[in-house]
Design a protein around this ligand. Sequence first.
Ligand SMILES: Cc1ncc(COP(=O)(O)O)c(C=O)c1O
Length: 426
Amino acid sequence: MSVATNHMHAGAAAAASASSFDPAAVRRDFPIFDTVREKPLRYLDSAATSQKPQAVLDAMDHYYRSYNANIHRGVYQIAEEATAAFENARKRVASFLNAASPREIIFTRNSTEAINLVAHAWGRTFLKDGDAIVLTPMEHHSNLVPWHILAAEKNVELRFIPLTSDGRLEVDALPGLLADGRVKLVSFVHVSNVLGTVNPATEITRIAHTAGAVVLLDASQSAAHMRVDVRAIGADFVACTAHKMLGPTGIGMLYGRRELLEAMPPFLGGGEMIREVSLTSSKWNELPWKFEAGTMAIAEAVGLGAAIDYLDTLSMDAVFAHDQALSAYTLEQLATVPGLRVLGPSAEYRGGVVAFTLEGVHPHDVATVLDRDGICVRAGHHCAMPLHEHMGLPASARASFHCYSLQEEVDALVHGLHAARKLFAR
Ligand SMILES: Cc1ncc(COP(=O)(O)O)c(C=O)c1O
């Protein structure tokens, strides 16, 4: 049935069949860059959200135009087509992350909700007074605040893996943090959305497991850019968000190891997550539907499936190599701007994220000056206030890349930064 299989865009196939990765060819698959506007769009904010290829837009449009119906309910044809497309997206996610089964993939709204699901359903059930959780100072607020709420309720201690001076994790300190046997969870970010650091997820998971701790990996910035194999890494929970993966907003994913998900109570109650309901009690549905209450984001799941097909066509290894090369080039070029401080480690340890400050110019002013040339960068704390406090900064500016980002966009950024410096030096 054609609607249940995700579309592959001809442009992506052309880009992928080229002998080397060609970001200019990839970019032609993203209609936003063709839109006529006063100034060219130089989009350097893919860590906030990615742009969407034609294939994703087509798949969602096709769903709404051709087989829009609620899922898991209807016996008529388009309801069955919609259900098949939704469940096919789950299978695509499972194979993309190399999960053992699609039953281990729970659809959520985003990675924030995926982490909250674990904090509520696993944390409230299995953590007790006196337990401890290990986090890192480079977490996004979405991997801090759910644990703050839980820690206050349960009297759970929060511990942090220290940072090196160049913004990497001091993994050697982890065994010491785990030594008293009180740590039940180690939850950490795979790729920092500020420092760009790629953390050694497999090593951290291995160390955490030797102490009997459960591991949650925040893959919001990694699954979109590099190969994330949940079984090779060994993490028990992995949170991802589709809108950073060339997919739509409104859908995210939690991978959870089956035994853990089976042992957890539901997160939200309502339709679909039940097997049987009486006036006074309910029995839960089986995995993964136990955790999917109410009508799900069906068009978004279809769009996510198309995004994964598109990424697979490009190859995640090629996407990551492109991000890394662009970051290395950016670091080299930024070194020519007087008063510019790059946050985070050298190119070999980072993905496609480069945050920086410019002496004497507030990051918001930097972003405003760059916008005059159509350059989109993020300014602020990037939902990582504790990390900025640790670095003694109120805010930073950030450039971040994806498969469609071009070297000439970095050149425009560097040119704009020289101009900003001159403007504010007056
Ligand atoms: C590292 C990291 N974790 C979590 C999130 C939260 O993603 P979402 O807002 O899609 O839930 C982000 C988003 O910027 C992120 O960069």
